[in-house]
Design a protein around this ligand. Structure first.
Ligand SMILES: Cc1cc2nc3c(=O)[nH]c(=O)nc-3n(C[C@H](O)[C@H](O)[C@H](O)COP(=O)(O)OP(=O)(O)OC[C@H]3O[C@@H](n4cnc5c(N)ncnc54)[C@H](O)[C@@H]3O)c2cc1C
Ligand code: SF4
Length: 316
């Protein structure tokens, strides 16, 4: 690991200003992703800004009837919150499908949203990877791509976003709240927060330099049955090959977001009109334009079958 300096942030704006002043600085929250990347020298910040002491660890009701989740709320606490379990079950289930109890005890809401891809070549510093080293090439295209993306991919990168929580937030239409170094704030719809790879796969979100996440807001509850189904190579402690987050109403209408298939949680609102007609019609619209590789073409069928199973469970 490279040497780095360390400070404890005193306020969100001071954290943002410190990060903006040093292009090689990174915020550290739970550290469960960042420290692994630093040990492998995939990320080499020269300065860490510890944001754990900022008190952003509460979940509060909003005047619009939703919930405001502080950026430092641990994944365990968010999944266990009685209001989340009752009204946003899909989020609770998505979080509990990820990582392990120990990791979820440390991992934070903001850190989870910003975790990096699990593409094997991103972790192998001996191989070209446009995301790790812009312009070096993509080893996954034509290489080992079983885990990787099938929609929204580019000639530069076919990686997927590994977060389960983000798929739950996408189906709930959450909003990310941030603070910039000049103390201005903004609200970013989760649909716009993560970027597709295009020709700049190293830029994964719309966050600007120094911009600090303060909270994630959930809108008022939408009712319906909340389901999260994650298909993976092992029963636990594995990232999704495909996951389906769904909120299904009694009349068969609903919302669906898919994980494990794209550089961001994948939701196509137009496809949701097809849900009452069944999984085949809906998944065809969802994956319209998909470009799977020979190694991950099975994901097209897996999305349809997983969605079918979720819809059947919702009806039962
Ligand atoms: C073995 C293992 C298995 C895992 N399995 C899964 C899984 O199945 N599903 C899943 O979803 N996840 C899984 N994870 C990932 C885990 O969920 C993430 O590591 C965790 O959520 C990251 O949160 P953190 O608070 O530790 O982030 P950190 O590691 O502290 O930070 C991650 C990134 O977020 C940035 N950051 C942190 N806070 C802020 C903020 N407030 N504003 C702006 N930037 C910020 C940091 O600078 C860093 O770039 C696994 C991790 C491990 C190690
Ligand atoms: S898919 Fe993306 S992360 Fe993986 S090797 Fe290619 S550029 Fe790197």
């Amino acid at each position: 690991m490279r040497a780095f300096t360390y400070e404890r942030a005193a306020s969100p704006v001071q954290a943002a200003a410190a990060a903006a002043a040093n292009p090689d600085a990174k915020f550290i929250a739970g550290g469960t992703n960042l420290l692994d990347l630093m040990k492998l020298e995939i990320e080499t910040p020269t300065h860490l800004i510890d944001v754990n002491g900022l008190g952003l660890d509460t979940i509060e009701a909003t005047s619009e009837g939703g919930l405001r989740v502080g950026a430092l709320v641990r994944n365990t606490d968010l999944a266990a919150d009685e209001r989340v379990r009752r009204n946003y079950g899909v989020l609770s289930r998505a979080i509990l499908a990820g990582a392990s109890g120990q990791l979820r005890n440390r991992a934070t809401t903001a850190g989870n949203l910003l975790q990096r891809t699990r593409c094997p070549y991103f972790y192998d510093t001996a191989q070209p990877c446009n995301k790790r080293q812009p312009g070096s090439g993509c080893s996954a295209i034509g290489g080992f791509s079983r885990q990787l993306g099938i929609v929204g991919t580019s000639e530069a990168c076919i990686a997927t976003n590994p977060s389960d929580m983000a798929v739950g937030l996408r189906v709930l239409d959450a909003t990310v709240e941030t603070m910039k170094p000049d103390a201005t704030t903004r609200r970013i719809a989760i649909a716009e927060f993560h970027r597709l790879p295009g020709d700049t796969p190293h830029i994964e979100t719309v966050l600007e330099r120094g911009e600090f996440i303060t909270a994630v807001t959930l809108p008022s509850p939408v009712g319906g049955k909340h389901l999260y189904r994650k298909v993976r190579d092992r029963a636990s402690y594995a990232f999704a090959l495909v996951s389906v987050a769904a909120v299904i109403q009694q009349d068969g209408t609903g919302r669906v977001a898919i994980g494990g298939v794209a550089h961001k949680p994948w939701r196509v609102e137009a496809a949701e009109a097809e849900l009452p007609r069944g999984a085949k019609a809906a998944s065809e619209r969802l994956l319209d334009g998909a470009k799977p590789s020979h190694e991950n073409a099975f994901k097209v069928t897996l999305v349809e079958r997983t969605l079918g199973s979720v819809l059947e469970e919702a009806r039962s």
